[in-house]
Write a protein that binds this ligand. Structure first.
Ligand code: GDP
Ligand code: MG
Length: 693
């Protein structure tokens, strides 16, 4: 017989770290809320307990979809036991959830995490006192260092075998009087074991619980009215206040704080990096440095070396084939199709590895959560909240988890807009395209990478304004609450693990889906429409040319009506790395033989912003709810991509003195007007949203 144990706690309190330690698996660990999205299950080592890692939550009120998942799991499915993980460096906030969990009447053990930090600060927590005050076993641990694991499992086993449910923590006497009256009025209508939880939720005007108890509502309504009158406040805030009062009392009794200024280092750093004026330039400089190191220097050296290696392999295989009289079709497939195509993608592994590594370090030390905080000011101006930055950040690794992490956003509108726009960010797969264009057409300029990163952000913000004018997406951003975890030294094993995972999934794709796509592109480019082999590399009359030429007219107005790039864009829908492989096969002498800088930039910009790969479109469908709105979102992405690349082409042509045609100039003019119109046009829903203004 196996038992289910749920692991519940605030975001970022170390749940996933503890989960990995207890189960021996390695889930992704991050230093911001929203990394754990769905429930994950693993067996606690050497026991028959299934541990379920549920999304981090601040309370059991259903504000965000994650809170709903977690709450449903705890309240409806009722696990056999709970491990409530609590960040000991931030007891006040964490206990807010704890008190609600203790009301649920499920055997509970409290794991007091981050004890290493507490000790480092010189604070001390009286565990015995805390156990007494919370009426529930409390085990000090450090998930990061694996300390206290045996004790935790022992306490859990003990609690489960005795089936001891926690005593509720009673709040203010007057409040409790009302609670017990409500309990009486709903008695028999809810399971006895969760009656207190239901009663308090009704007082908190929890709309989900209210919906289930419409018949009790009349009685409760009167209670609430009396309650609000005697406290002269909204009933949900009376409950919240009573809880916080209780928490203050508990913390006061159990915690002794050392008055040192050790943690003021974090504050001092924060004063600079979240400064009103310096924060954005600092952010810009850091991201520039990241792209400089990964795309232009360290990463590029690795790529250059690998490139040499692959062309050596290709020429060796090629001469071997000639020596051994291998048929030209087979040697073409091997050398041009497989080694050329897949190799063209794989050479970017070093650049990608360095980029992922640097981003992981920034995440792990805690800098990225500061940026979410700083950007909240900027994003709010554009109708989004800083929370949207987290998916955007995850999206620089891969759009799929980026889209999924938009689930942490409470406001449904912000969530949808974010899910629709995350893929504007240059994900790992787009990095090779950026690197290729930068090195082939712009002399390896690192500004191209930086440009793409900020173009992504600008497109997200611009879409914030534009999409809010769409009826189903209108609305103000929800308030942004996010605590800033103290900076800490990078946890290298985590960082390397994540970096390797991300890089490996890229390499794996190169060996599977990209390989297939390369073989297909090679085949289509080496045979003509009557299926006669025309030799790889020649292209004239190939099936691919035929296909590309019939569509490429579409892209002439934005500067690159070349059939090769058209085909590359189409193969990019499978995965974006294909773009590189396809170009390599179709234009062995390089993209610079097909287009100039302005057209290349326009091509790059289009591929950054247009419809993402199929996997990402699938995730968008999941977050947006149906195919209709997903299709609309993809159409929006493509149109925006078209307009922005048209502008990029014209601006770059003017700067570099490149040729423009009447067609491209007209398209640019229309694009500018269309975008300006969409941005400036009056927001039809503004009135309804802000009646007081
Ligand atoms: P979750 O959001 O609750 O799943 O939290 P994570 O497991 O992703 O951890 C958040 C951050 O806290 C990570 O950077 C961890 O390395 C760090 N962390 C987790 N447990 C401890 C601990 O016991 N001590 C310290 N110092 N850091 C920890
Ligand atoms: Mg987690």
């Amino acid at each position: 017989m196996t038992f289910t144990v749920a692991l519940a706690g605030n975001p970022n309190c170390g749940k996933t770290t503890l989960f990995n330690k207890l189960t021996g698996s390695s889930q992704r660990v991050g230093n911001w809320p929203g990394v754990t999205i769905d429930k994950k299950v693993g067996k606690i080592k050497e026991t028959n307990y299934d541990l379920v890692d549920i999304p981090g939550i601040y309370s059991l009120s259903p504000y965000s979809p994650e809170e709903v998942i977690s709450r449903d799991f705890i309240v409806e499915e009722r696990p056999d036991a709970l491990i409530n993980i609590v960040d000991a460096t931030n007891l006040e906030r964490n206990l807010f959830l704890t008190l609600q969990l203790l009301d649920c009447n499920i055997p509970t053990v409290i794991a007091l995490n981050m004890m290493d930090e507490v000790k480092k600060k010189g604070d001390s927590i009286d565990i015995e006192e805390l156990t007494k005050l919370l009426n529930c076993p409390v085990v000090p641990i450090s998930a990061l260092r694996g300390e206290g694991m045996t004790e935790l499992i022992r306490a859990l086993t003990h609690t489960m075998s005795s089936k001891k449910t926690p005593e509720p923590i009673y709040m203010d006497y007057e409040v409790e009087k009302t609670v017990s009256r409500v309990e009486k009025s709903i008695k028999g209508k809810v399971p006895d074991e969760s009656i207190r939880w239901h009663a308090i939720k009704l007082l908190e005007k929890d709309h989900i619980v209210e919906k289930d108890h419409l018949d009790a509502k009349d009685v409760v309504q009167k209670e609430i009215a009396d309650f609000e009158k005697s406290f002269d406040d909204e009933s949900d805030s009376i409950i919240a206040n009573a809880r916080y009062e209780k928490i203050e009392e508990i913390v006061e009794k159990a915690v002794k704080r050392a008055h040192t200024d050790l943690d003021s280092l974090s504050d001092r750093i924060d004063n600079i990096v979240t400064h009103k004026y310096y924060s954005l330039p600092i952010f810009l400089a850091i991201i520039a440095l990241v792209y400089f190191i990964s795309v232009s220097t360290v990463g590029a050296w690795g790529t250059e070396w690998l490139g040499g290696l692959f062309s050596e392999i290709a020429s060796n295989v090629s001469s071997w084939c000639i020596e051994h009289n291998v048929s030209p079709i087979l040697s073409g497939l091997l050398v041009d199709g497989i080694i050329g195509g897949v190799g063209a993608v794989l050479v970017f592994v070093p650049q990608m590895f360095v980029l992922f590594l640097l981003m992981c370090i920034l995440e792990d030390v805690g800098y990225m959560s500061r940026i979410a905080f700083v950007l909240d000011r900027v994003f709010r101006y554009f109708g989004l909240s800083g929370k949207s930055f987290i998916p955007i950040l995850v999206g620089t690794g891969c759009g799929v988890p980026g889209i999924m992490s938009s689930r942490t956003i409470e406001s449904e509108r912000d969530r949808k807009i974010t899910a629709m726009t995350v893929t504007f960010m240059p994900c790992g797969a787009k990095l090779p395209v950026i690197a290729l264009i930068a090195s082939a057409l712009f002399g390896g300029n690192w500004l191209i990478g930086l440009f793409c990163y900020f173009l992504g952000i600008v497109c997200v913000l611009m879409s914030g304004i534009i999409l809010k004018k769409w009826r189903s997406l209108a609305g103000d951003p929800a308030p942004f609450i996010m605590e800033l975890p103290p900076y800490h030294r990078p946890a290298w094993d985590n960082i390397f693990k994540t970096t390797f995972d991300r890089t490996w999934s890229f390499i794996k794709r190169a060996g599977t889906i990209i390989l297939l796509a390369c073989v297909l592109v090679w085949f289509l480019s080496s045979f003509n429409t009557s299926l006669v082999f025309i030799g790889s590399g020649s292209q004239e009359g190939s099936i691919l040319q035929y296909i590309g030429q019939s569509v490429c007219i579409l892209f002439a107005p934005i500067g690159w009506g070349s059939w090769e790039l058209t085909v590359a864009t189409i193969t990019g829908l499978i995965t974006k790395e294909n773009i590189i492989g396809s170009i390599e096969i179709m234009a062995p002498s390089g993209i610079e033989s097909i287009v100039g800088p302005a057209a290349g930039l326009s091509f790059l910009v289009f591929n950054l912003i247009c419809a993402p790969c199929f996997a990402a479109i699938g995730s968008m469908r999941m977050e947006l709810g149906n195919w209709r709105i997903t299709a609309l979102a993809v159409a929006y992405q493509c149109l925006l991509a078209y307009a922005v690349s048209s502008i990029a082409f014209t601006v770059c042509s003017i700067i570099t003195g490149g040729a423009m045609s009447t067609l491209t100039m007209a398209t640019c003019a229309i694009s500018v007007f269309a975008l300006l119109y969409l941005i400036i046009a009056k927001d039809p829903f503004l009135q309804k949203r802000r009646p007081e203004e």
